[in-house]
Design a protein around this ligand. Structure first.
Ligand code: SF4
Length: 264
């Protein structure tokens, strides 16, 4: 089934070409009924996509990954979004049977001590819950934009995610920050106030900081690490990882405990 899905990408790219975001989302929702889901982190771009889904009543699920380490401001914008659109965005949480021994052994802030610890934390708090959130879906909508990372400039709006067995759709891939901000203002969409304080890409509180003018967008995430190691495992593009090997995301120490990622 996954292979059938993957072969549809070329045709879908043609069909989506030139469509406004809401029309593109509607087309996917109609073509894959009940199998389209959107992951939000309540960033500028994610808020804009949620707005399009919710004001147009599109049959697309919306979920967030609550890592347990988010900023207070992120929880506030999550609440305001529920209120504004009269909705209940679904949250996925880390599996306590993985999180508890990890914290017990390494402490709450071990991600500052090594890349391996940081990847374990991201795996337990984000990658594994994401796997559960995507199960049974064909299309995963994301708010990725090319400006956010050097390896995203070559991306297409649709890409195959072999780790999760879904097609990813990035409707705002080629939008500029200014375009996104203009739409947010125009529709008075609730947004994370940290964006006004120099935060561009907002993730977990201990691993995100504001950036200075002229700094790269990704400088605000895991700033203590080598820039080449900065993906968290949520968006691993086929061109930069081993194709089809979802288990390459799992830190060695968790593999030795028998943990693997199953393809859907
Ligand atoms: Fe853990 Fe930081 Fe990754 Fe969040 S971003 S899951 S706190 S390492």
């Amino acid at each position: 089934m996954a292979q059938n899905l993957q072969t549809q990408i070329g045709e879908l790219l043609q069909d989506l070409k030139g469509l406004e975001t809401k029309h593109a989302l509607r087309l996917l929702a109609e073509r894959f009924p009940g199998e389209v889901t959107f992951s939000t982190s309540f960033s500028f771009e994610d808020q804009l996509i949620s707005h399009e889904i919710l004001v147009n009543n599109l049959p697309i699920k919306i979920f967030t990954l609550d890592t347990g380490r988010l900023f207070a401001e992120t929880y506030s914008v999550w609440s305001s979004t529920n209120e504004r659109y009269n909705t209940h965005i679904q949250a996925y949480y880390p599996d306590h049977s993985l999180l508890q021994p990890f914290i017990q052994e390494k402490g709450p802030n071990s991600f500052y001590e090594s890349v391996e610890n940081r990847k374990q934390c991201c795996f337990i708090r984000k990658v594994e819950p994401l796997k559960r959130a995507l199960a049974g879906n064909s299309i995963w909508i994301t708010g990725l934009r090319a400006e956010h990372s050097p390896d995203r400039h070559e991306l297409e709006q649709l890409e195959w995610d072999s780790s999760n067995g879904v097609i990813k759709f990035h409707p705002l891939l080629h939008w500029s920050t200014e375009q996104v901000q203009t739409e947010i203002k125009k529709h008075n969409i609730p947004y994370n106030p940290l964006h006004d304080k120099g935060f561009i890409s907002i993730g977990c509180a201990p691993c995100t900081r504001a950036i200075k003018p002229g700094e790269d967008f990704r400088a605000g995430r895991w700033w203590w690490e080598d820039a080449s190691k900065k993906e968290c495992g949520l968006h691993v593009h086929e061109s930069v990882t081993e194709q089809g090997d979802s288990n390459s995301l799992i830190p060695d120490s968790l593999k030795s405990e028998g943990l693997t990622i199953r393809n859907n």
